[in-house]
Design a protein around this ligand. Structure first.
Ligand code: FES
Length: 106
């Protein structure tokens, strides 16, 4: 069963910001896109790069890996472009007062 855990304060993630946090032993990237917060695995599945440092496309709700440019959905973690060939994890986000909580989507 998925357990929600507090991973950050809402104030740490203003609109347009990204943040690397931890969920148990997993590195997770938080992305505030136009006021909606998304959470996906933060380590690219191609090689080691942190997705929260990548380019976020607000219109497509995607992030491009900063190292080689693989594109991932912030909504599902699916990859759209090579060189990644595996998705990253996806998390459900809840806001409770001033806190951001996440749990694995599956
Ligand atoms: S490390 Fe992300 S595309 Fe290569």
């Amino acid at each position: 069963m998925s357990e929600f855990m507090v991973v950050a304060e809402v104030a740490q993630l203003p609109v347009g910001a990204t943040l690397a946090v931890a969920y148990l032993d997993q590195e997770v990237g938080l992305f505030n896109v136009r006021g909606t917060i998304y959470a996906i695995g933060n380590v690219c599945t191609h090689a080691y790069a942190q997705l929260h440092e990548g380019y976020v496309d607000d219109d497509d709700c995607t992030v491009d890996c900063p190292l080689h440019g693989a594109r991932f959905s912030l909504q599902t973690g699916n990859y759209y472009t090579l060189p990644a060939v595996r998705k990253v994890a996806c998390y459900i986000v809840q806001i409770d007062g001033t806190q951001i909580l996440i749990a694995p989507a599956s």
